[in-house]
Design a protein around this ligand. Sequence first.
Ligand SMILES: [Mn+2]
Length: 369
Amino acid sequence: MTNFPVQSLPEGPLDVVGDVHGECAALDRLLARMGYVDGVHPDGRHLVFVGDLVDRGPDSVGVLERVMRWVEAGSAFCVLGNHELNLLLDLEKSGNMWWYGVDEGWEGHGASGRYSSVLATADLRQRAMAFFRSLPLVLERPDVRIVHAAWSADAIAQLSEMGSAAELRAFHEAQVGMLKSEKKADMAFQAEKSQFETLKTVVGKAAPPLLPRHGYWAETEQRQPHKLLTSGIERALRADESPFPAGGKWRMARRYRWWEDYDGDVAVIMGHYWRIWDQENPPHGKEDRGDFHKDHRTRWLGARGNVYCVDFSAGIRFQARSGFGELAQSRLAALRWDDGPARLVTDLDADEIPIDAPGRADSRSAQLT
Ligand SMILES: [Mn+2]
């Protein structure tokens, strides 16, 4: 592909599918509900995957086999998510050892289990790597933009100098090397670091003080264009904010709700943000987790009311199967985007769910201005 990182979507009705995370049976159920037969729709609709096809769930291989076939046939489109990017960059992460042929366990929340029951073969890895290299970071057409986590014209422009996704790994390694030497030369950061060697291990004990250089570097590292588009934007905590634990580490930066100042005319549909399905009944202890837990699933978000996140946490089902249950909060969803009003279809709900029209007067900016 020569048009990295942006590729075009065809005209006509689309069904934009949220993060699948190896939940192959849920994908089959969702697509059957929408009338697809092996990725093809009788009305000429096209599937668009927002990325994070893989990891955690039981059958990433099955999901990849399907989506690769459909993309190859031209009935589906897909952008890179952070999980595909990890595989493209050969980064081993919790939940992706199926790729390396390892049957991986997980523990947490008083439960334990296995991630994937289907392991990648050398043949699958070779074909999937070619597939990942063919994927754009962004898909667009005049009425809609698709990206995994954040839309940024700057980040897209920076990556456009790259001929193809095949060059991404060299670019990534150069960036990592540069950041590493800049951090090494940052004496204030080094002083913070030696003072808090055990930063990763103190979760559960008293919170550390705010470490501003740690916040600065968390924000700066996340500004790398390929990371920004696929895993969002971070902002260093302000002096009046407190460090908080997430993923077993104390955080000195938090996710930035970039859509709050997205002023584009074109609607953006993304995944990545682990929305809960039932805002009225948030899971215990998760009341303020994530970015969308207070935003109702029927609403478009952002300054112009034209950004939508279609990731409703299919990726938590590996836990639910082992007794840490949040299944009620989990859906594999697709946003139907065509001449009619937008609506959601999920793997678990019989009926289509109407979504507000984008750009409604009740969007956040309308309240502010
Ligand atoms: Mn993601």
